[in-house]
Ligand binder design. Structure first.
Ligand code: ZN
Length: 140
């Protein structure tokens, strides 16, 4: 059975966005997303629209790194989702370029940290967290 991706349909200050709108990132950063694995190819981004900015910066960093090393054909995004309220970004990389992995993991850990301080609806910084895992700013 094919599961449909979660459709958040969240309201933001700029209008109504769907998590599907994150798919524009696959067009902006083809080197990162063109060799997607089965899960990403089926479900796309399984995370809130408020993470657009941090995912944009993460994708930009990864693309720049793998293009400058001419190794994008070995990069494959497996899954991009929300797990326990923060970003989980899984990928595969060819063994022959294993040495690039620490750099990419560093980019990912920056984005993961940021996802825990970002309003999931509008992307603004969240200074004070509630007791739940779903960070939101004062407006939301
Ligand atoms: Zn907000």
């Amino acid at each position: 059975m094919v599961k449909k991706p979660i459709n958040y349909k969240l309201l933001s200050t700029a209008g109504t966005f769907r998590t599907d709108d994150l798919n524009i990132l696959t067009l902006l950063f083809p080197a990162v997303y063109c060799n997607a694995g089965e899960i990403f190819a089926s479900y796309g981004f399984q995370c809130p629209i408020g993470w657009y900015g941090l995912l944009y910066r993460l994708s930009e960093s990864i693309q720049s790194e793998i293009i400058s090393n001419n190794n994008y054909t070995n990069f494959s995004v497996e899954q991009v989702k929300e797990k326990f309220g923060i970003l989980a970004f899984y990928y595969e990389y060819g063994d022959n370029i294993e040495w690039l992995r620490p750099k990419i993991n560093e980019f990912i850990s920056i984005a993961v940290k940021e996802s825990g301080n970002t309003c999931r609806i509008c992307g603004k910084d969240v200074k004070i967290r509630g007791m739940n895992l779903y960070w939101r700013c004062d407006d939301h």
